[in-house]
Design a protein around this ligand. Structure first.
Ligand code: FES
Ligand SMILES: [Fe+2]
Length: 517
């Protein structure tokens, strides 16, 4: 998040108009009421040998030599996973920042001499609320936390274990389709850092070399099998194994150094996986036949070309086959049933019918279709969403969504509200086990819209998504579902998705082959 994206802070008792009205003519220095002002350079009063209250020599008078930003205002909101380049600020943003620093400084000039504890409580309250309102949302749900029906005498974790053990999985398609998959967020991998990621039935060592480029290699060292992602070190463009110190180049995979050997064998190599960084994500290309990427992943700005700062993310683990998650978009009939209840009534399917919330209804219209060549690996969902309260439609809450599915695992959802502005949600689905998907939603929203709006939108989306999670966690995959004419898009989606499987795509035939999470 950039400081420039922060809404202008409001501090009780201090406004720009207020400050301007209290400014003295040029050259005059003085104090009006309790608000100190000064528009000429302050005179520093030093008394030789005197000590300041902090013990530092100089004995400067309180209120005459404050640092411009003593509480580090510019640091507020800098938490979470900010997007790359978050430090860049526009001139306008810098102006807002100067205004914020000035307002804070004037507040301190007023509050300090008055020594009013109430003023300090208000200031701390404002700072705390600003921090809470501005920092990106992070909703991280564990594997057992969402979508299981825990009840008295049975914890949710126990309910999750029972559901996984007793479930019939059906005749599944292959479990790892071909395509690009998110392994990490860009911000999770600093220069020179190495991480081990388990996904798609593989162990990856992901590292950022000294030039800042991300490399993904097989985690297991071909020498004696140590895991390079656990304790490996980045040396220039190479990764060094923690066991015997062999070094492998991150781009060619070649072993370039064996510390105790005279010669490095020509065949000493490690597998390198094609990777890229797009929309603050580190992606890996997986293909069952080992062929190179056949399409690229667009950046989110190609879908919504306007500055949209990062406003938050959610993470879920869903116990389902990967294909069922995008199929949800083609299953347009479920929207008007499962997702009609107010998002405020919660995600638990057993309680969302609460009569209390019947005055609040979601209404959906959807159309799904695959894209033609050369984008046959993409599909598109157009959604119209309305809300009624007590049967009355409020058009200012209408929402239009254009969702582009790019390959088997990535979706870019462009959101357009008539009053609240525009934003984009990037969804990634990564199989961390054959039937366990890590699903991440990242929201970016129009810069001049307060951050809490984007966070509210993400929370609402999260609540609706968690209803799907509860269905997915318990359902069986039906290879021959009983469909009616209006379900036609589901069959078309299955045909479209089958392009991501190959002869050698890994399959499982029983729940036992899918390791328990
Ligand atoms: S196991 Fe990696 S260098 Fe020996
Ligand atoms: Fe859904």
């Amino acid at each position: 998040m950039t400081l420039g994206s922060l809404p202008r802070p409001t501090i009780p008792g201090v406004s720009l108009a207020n400050l301007q009205s209290q400014m003295p003519p040029p050259g005059e220095t003085g104090r009006r009421g309790s608000l100190a002002f000064r528009n000429s350079p302050p005179k520093r009063r030093h008394s030789k040998g005197a000590q300041s209250p902090s013990g530092a020599p100089g004995g400067c008078t309180r209120g005459s030599n404050f640092q411009p930003n003593p509480l580090g205002w510019a640091g507020l909101g800098g938490v979470g996973l900010p997007p790359a380049g978050a430090h860049k600020r526009s001139g306008r943003a810098a102006g807002r920042s100067r205004w914020g620093a000035m307002a804070l400084r004037e507040w301190l000039l007023w509050a300090l001499p008055s020594a009013d504890p109430g003023a300090w409580i208000v200031l701390l309250g404002v700072l705390l609320l600003s921090w809470l309102a501005l920092r990106p949302l992070r909703l991280l749900r564990g594997p057992d936390e969402v979508g299981y029906a825990g009840e008295a005498g049975c914890s949710r974790a126990e309910a999750a274990r029972r559901a996984r053990r007793s479930r019939r999985i059906g005749q599944l398609p292959p479990v790892y389709p071909n395509g690009w998959f998110r392994l990490l967020d860009s911000a999770q991998l600093a220069r020179g850092e190495v991480r081990n990621v388990a996904a798609l039935g593989e162990q990856f060592a992901v590292f950022r070399n000294s030039d800042g480029k991300v490399c993904v290699v097989d985690a297991y060292c071909p020498h004696l099998g140590a895991n390079l992602g656990i304790g490996g070190q980045v040396v220039g463009s190479c990764i060094e194994c923690p066991f015997h110190g062999w070094q492998f180049d991150g781009e060619s995979g070649k072993c370039v150094r064996i510390p105790y050997a005279e010669k490095v064998p020509e065949f000493a190599k490690i597998k390198v996986w094609p990777s890229c960084e797009v929309s603050d994500m580190i992606l890996v290309w997986y293909h069952c036949d080992g062929i190179d990427p056949t399409w690229r992943v667009p950046d989110r700005e190609e879908f919504l070309p306007r500055p949209c700062p990062f406003r938050g993310l959610t993470e879920h683990f869903v116990n389902v086959h990967i294909e069922e998650i995008p199929e949800n978009g083609a299953d347009t009939a479920h929207l008007s049933f499962l997702h009609r209840h107010a998002f405020l009534s919660g995600a638990d399917l057993r309680y969302m019918h609460s009569p209390f919330w019947t005055f609040f209804r979601h209404h959906w219209q959807a159309d799904w279709h695959p894209d033609p060549e050369p984008n046959a690996h993409c599909s598109r969902l157009q959604l119209k969403h309305n809300i009624t309260l007590f049967g009355k439609h409020f058009s200012f809450m209408d929402l239009r969504v254009s969702a582009w599915q790019v390959g088997p695992s990535l979706v870019f959802l462009v959101l357009r509200f008539p009053l609240l502005g525009q934003g984009i949600i990037v969804q990634s689905v990564t199989p961390v086990q054959p039937l366990m998907q890590q699903v991440i939603h990242r929201i970016y929203f129009q810069k001049n819209v307060p951050a809490f709006i984007a966070k509210m939108v993400l929370r609402a989306e999260c609540s609706q998504f968690e209803r799907d999670v509860m269905i997915w966690n318990h359902k069986q995959y039906l290879s021959k579902p009983l469909l009616v004419k209006e379900d036609g898009a589901i069959q078309r989606h299955r045909r479209w998705f089958s392009q991501f499987y190959g002869e050698k795509s890994p399959k499982i035939t029983s729940q036992k082959e899918s390791l328990d999470w």
